[in-house]
Design a protein around this ligand. Structure first.
Ligand SMILES: Nc1ncnc2c1ncn2[C@@H]1O[C@H](COP(=O)(O)OP(=O)(O)O)[C@@H](O)[C@H]1O
Ligand SMILES: [Mg+2]
Length: 381
């Protein structure tokens, strides 16, 4: 298994324009499954293509294992076919006139692998993606999900050290996406490759990855395990991207080593966070809609008064929009809460809500969250 070491990688497409990737440093451990996550245009594909050898970096260096594969300052550029990488694209990029076998065998034929060995390797690759027996089928006769599995088999048939994926699930419907996700993770585990995966979908990233890099404008915003990223974003940009529907301006009221109190702006109510405040004064407070409770879950939770402005029944849950002294707060009330508390809030009703301190994240407010480009648009509530 091989590591990937990216040092101060910069890629500028157009002289004078902002770089697509800006002095990016990144180490991927041998055998790790690492995801680059971020909104469209933040430089994910460019980073991946620089590793694959499909783009030449403007500055910086990339190593796979001990081998320097790209370093413009030293005139080093190893061509894609000599990097030991397999790549899966969003568009399957198959040869439509060829059979399944022809497509998967192609990279081995290019590498002048002996015929008998090609046969064995293609059989193995197709079995691993659940397409055993489809060798002679024409790829254009296959469904989208099957075509993407052919592309996955082709990318791994040469047993690359590194697998690269660029939004491979984007053209599949929801059900196929789950199945393909399992194929990708099982190929990673069983072949022991090092994998770098690109997506703008936070749920996909969380489900697949050992570690996630959140990117913004060519730079890294946060590097963390999926769990830490999901529960403890470090900036309003990341909080927004990871699906915190509520990010509100607030002021620190009191600080302690292991908690703090913050007051929502223009609001008499204070909330308690189970984390220290990152600064004095102006901050942002973030919490998820599904963490809003309508009965006090524990003694440390502080009450916030609000008025219901919108209630939408989604069957499995009730989505509420609340007004808190001019701030919009979104809440998702699940069936259990609805039933156990016989809640039936209507627009105009006054309500009191609570958020557990460990669900209240306090963030520096200088990076404005308005331009964060909310990935998962929250309709309805
Ligand atoms: N071939 C190209 N020529 C010029 N600009 C490009 C090219 N590819 C990407 N860009 C620009 O580089 C930036 C990063 O793009 P990209 O790496 O594709 O982002 P992502 O994959 O995160 O959506 C964007 O501003 C994009 O418009
Ligand atoms: Mg892209």
């Amino acid at each position: 298994m091989k590591s990937i070491a990216i040092n101060a990688l910069t890629k500028t497409y157009t002289a004078g324009a902002a770089p697509a990737v800006d002095r990016l440093d990144l180490d991927v451990a041998p055998g790790e499954f690492l995801t680059l996550l971020g909104p469209s245009g933040c430089g994910k594909t460019t980073t991946l293509r620089c590793v694959a050898g499909l783009e030449a970096p403007t500055q910086g260096s990339i190593r796979i294992g001990d081998q320097l594969i790209a370093a413009p300052a030293n005139g080093v550029f190893v061509p894609p076919e000599r990097r030991g990488v397999g790549m899966v694209f969003q568009s399957y990029a198959l040869w439509p006139h060829m059979s399944v076998f022809g497509n998967v065998a192609y990279p081995l034929k290019m590498a002048r692998t002996p015929r008998a060995e090609i046969g064995r390797a293609v059989d193995d690759a197709l079995t691993r993606v659940g397409l055993g027996g489809l060798h002679t089928k024409n790829v254009s006769a296959l469904s989208g999900g099957q075509q993407q599995r052919v592309a996955l088999a082709r990318a791994m048939v040469g047993r690359p050290d590194v697998m690269l994926y660029d939004e491979p699930l984007s053209n599949l419907d929801a059900k196929l996406r789950f199945a393909m996700r399992d194929h990708i993770r099982s190929v990673h585990n069983s072949l022991g490759t090092t994998s770098v995966y690109v997506t703008h979908d936070q749920e996909e990233a969380v489900a697949l990855s050992d570690r996630i890099i959140v990117m913004r404008a060519g730079r890294i915003q946060q590097v963390d395990t999926p769990r830490d990223l999901y529960t403890r974003p470090r900036s309003t940009f990341v909080a927004d991207f990871m699906g915190f529907q509520n990010i509100l301006p607030a002021t620190v009221e009191s600080r302690a080593a292991d908690h703090c109190h913050v007051r929502l702006d223009h609001c008499p109510d204070v909330v308690r966070s189970a984390y220290p405040a990152p600064a004095d004064g102006q901050v942002s407070v973030a919490f998820r809609a599904q963490h809003v409770r309508f009965s006090q879950p524990d003694a440390l939770c502080l009450a916030v008064n609000a008025v219901v402005t919108k209630a939408t029944d989604w069957g499995s849950a009730l989505r509420l929009q609340l007004d808190v002294s001019g701030h919009v707060v979104k809440a998702i009330v699940d069936e259990e809460q609805l039933v156990s508390q016989s809640l039936s809030p209507r627009p105009g009703d006054p309500v009191t809500f609570y958020v557990r301190p460990e669900h209240v994240i306090v963030l520096l407010s200088q990076d404005d969250h308005q331009d964060a480009g909310l990935a998962q648009a929250e309709e309805g509530a």
